[in-house]
Design a protein around this ligand. Structure first.
Ligand code: C2E
Ligand code: MG
Ligand code: MG
Ligand code: MG
Length: 283
């Protein structure tokens, strides 16, 4: 009896394991094709607003992939795969070029102060010419470097330090800003954070969620805000969904926000409509 159920468990295990490997191989295969033929890839743009003035500050570009079956695959699933297989380099440059091209159009259409935030994986910094490539694309798309923010995560602290720092410094000299994404959720110590060159912290949704909770939770969120203020960094709160969260963040001194309360990630066309709807009739 025991042997039988053990055998059953084993065959179940091997079957699911091979299905898993198989699905990763086929996902890799179709991601490779998507990148080669620019098929099924697109960017969604989520507005970043100053919640005090109500003004649009910029947008974050978020990668979307619809696979051959028409299913949309979460970036949380395919980005790590792209990172492990090196596909992230080519994919990442496509994201940057597409987002900067969109930024150039928006700025030409009257959104002249608009800033574009682009997520970059720490793996992309391993390429020797990453900084040079970004500079090339900024020139190619004819946007000011100061209108470009690259979002990195705390995991970048684990990469080859000297090389990564050099590339970040080169891009910052060029005018590009850096934001630390998902701030507070990573594994790096506070001392490492203090060493990371950045202009902005993006306070993770986990803390935004807490801002209206118990006093202890609220003070945790307040501490994260104070950390940013202490380092004289800009701040953006991510994942703001309710008016209560917005008010609590404003009271803490965080004005820039992003989240479903203001707008979901959307296509460029939907973004244009969103801007038109919000703009007062006078302009
Ligand atoms: P992220 O950069 O922290 O992006 C914010 C995520 O939160 C997005 O998920 C966005 O859709 C979601 N979000 C925004 N507002 C709200 C809200 O009010 N409530 C909730 N519940 N969620 C909200 P998404 O688009 O699925 O992206 C997930 C992650 O994938 C991103 O997190 C980023 O780390 C990564 N990613 C996306 N695009 C790229 C890319 O082009 N390159 C790289 N390297 N990573 C990317
Ligand atoms: Mg981000
Ligand atoms: Mg984030
Ligand atoms: Mg994230």
């Amino acid at each position: 009896q025991a042997r039988q159920s053990g055998g059953g468990a084993w065959s179940y295990f091997t079957r699911t394991m091979s299905e898993d490997v198989q699905s990763r191989v086929s996902m890799l295969h179709s991601l490779r094709a998507a990148i080669d033929f620019k098929r099924g890839l697109s960017l969604a743009y989520q507005p970043l607003v100053n919640a005090r003035s109500g003004k649009l500050v910029g947008a974050e570009a978020l990668l979307r992939w619809r696979n051959d079956f028409g299913e949309s695959v979460s970036p949380q699933r395919f980005i790590p795969l792209a990172e492990r297989t090196g596909l992230i380099n080519e994919l990442g440059l496509w994201v940057i070029e597409t987002a900067l091209d969109r930024l150039a159009r928006w700025r030409a259409q009257g959104l002249s102060d608009m800033v574009m935030s682009i997520n970059v994986s720490s793996v992309q910094f391993r390429a020797d010419d990453f900084a040079a490539q970004v500079k090339r694309l900024i020139d190619l798309c004819d946007v000011p470097a100061v209108a470009v923010t690259l979002e990195i995560t705390e995991s970048i602290a684990l990469e080859d330090h000297a090389h990564v720092m050099e590339q970040i410094a080169e891009l910052r000299r060029f005018g590009v800003s850096f934001a630390i994404d998902d701030f507070g959720t990573g594994f790096s110590s506070l001392s490492q954070i203090a060493l990371l060159p950045a202009d902005q912290l993006k306070i993770d949704r986990a803390f935004v969620d807490k801002v209206c909770n118990s006093a202890a939770d609220h003070s945790l969120a307040a501490t994260v805000v104070m950390l940013a203020q202490g380092r004289n960094l800009g701040m953006v709160a991510e994942g703001v969904e309710t008016e209560e969260q917005k008010d609590a963040l404003l009271a803490l001194g965080c004005e820039k926000m992003q989240g479903y309360l203001f707008g979901r990630p959307m296509s460029a066309e939907q973004f244009d409509a969103w801007v038109r709807e919000r703009r007062p009739a006078s302009t």
